[in-house]
Write a protein that binds this ligand. Structure first.
Ligand SMILES: [Mg+2]
Length: 275
């Protein structure tokens, strides 16, 4: 009978998967319709009580990653506007399914860039990767320390049971940033990357994984802080999280007229909202 039991478990798993995919598709379709009709929907005011878990996006939320990526590349002699680099990036993304985490992997971009230039050697590739990581790590560490970000997170931490990181990136890249911000793991209680989930935000699986990681807690007890409407704000609202949109590193981003979520202009502003 064993194979039968195994088979039926698989069938149930598959059915659950199909149901999840259907819900995700319906959710995405609903966004598009609602977004066109009303801007964003389902947004609620941030509740000040009953929130136990704080979830941060990393890039352009906690640190100005977009700026640092460009600077780190320049430091290793790669122009982010270089044609071979852009073509390598495009080719990487074209080869992979949408939302697939490796499509953000600069290790692959550098490889393809060197191949396109006819300059590929394993040593040159490795030099670019390790030089880039070193330059990036230095910037994150310097920014974090000189802006006293640890003190802000420590203060916030007193209000929550747990504080975690939820990010669309490879685990190695986000580990690099986390160790630069918080080498002893005193600030954040964990990291979840799209690489380990297998799909990127805005997919609901990322947010569900975060809730599961926190101990199967309800979204209603959790606050999501992020910079991206598409990847952080809209899906988290839709799933019932309280949501804070940060414009710290993207001050030109849309100003919200909505009462359904809050915006901040500096990480420190969180202390005023969450008390
Ligand atoms: Mg971000």
């Amino acid at each position: 009978m064993r194979p039968l039991i195994g088979g039926s478990v698989k069938k149930i798993d598959r059915r659950r998967e199909v149901k999840n995919e259907r819900q995700e598709k319906a959710r995405q379709e609903r966004w598009i319709i609602e977004k066109e009709k009303h801007g964003f929907f389902f947004i609620r005011m941030l509740r000040k009580d009953g929130m136990k878990y704080l979830i941060f996006d990393i890039d352009d939320t906690l640190i100005p990653s977009t700026k640092f990526y460009a600077e780190a590349m320049q430091e290793i002699g790669v122009d982010p506007e270089d044609k071979a680099y852009l073509d390598g990036r495009l080719e990487t993304k074209k080869d992979l399914p949408e939302g697939y985490p490796s499509s953000r992997n600069r290790v692959i971009y550098f490889k393809k860039m060197l191949e396109l230039k006819g300059e590929y050697t394993p040593q040159r590739h490795y030099q670019l990767v390790s030089g880039y990581e070193k330059a990036l790590s230095y910037r994150v560490k310097h920014f974090w320390e000189s802006n006293r970000r640890s003190e802000i997170i420590m203060e916030l931490k007193k209000q929550f049971k747990r504080v975690i990181l939820l990010s669309n990136e490879t685990t190695r890249m986000q580990l690099l940033k986390w160790q630069a911000m918080d080498p002893e793991g005193e600030l954040f209680d964990g990291l979840i990357t799209s690489e380990e989930v297998g799909i990127e935000k805005p997919h609901f699986k990322m947010f569900q994984k975060a809730l599961q990681y926190l101990g199967n807690v309800p979204a209603e007890e959790s606050v999501m802080v992020g910079d991206s409407f598409e990847h952080d704000i809209v899906p988290a609202l839709d799933l019932g999280f309280s949501v804070i949109h940060t414009k710290e590193f993207k001050p030109t981003a849309l100003r919200s007229e909505s009462q359904r979520y809050q915006q901040i202009f500096h990480l420190e502003d969180l202390k005023k909202i969450i008390r």
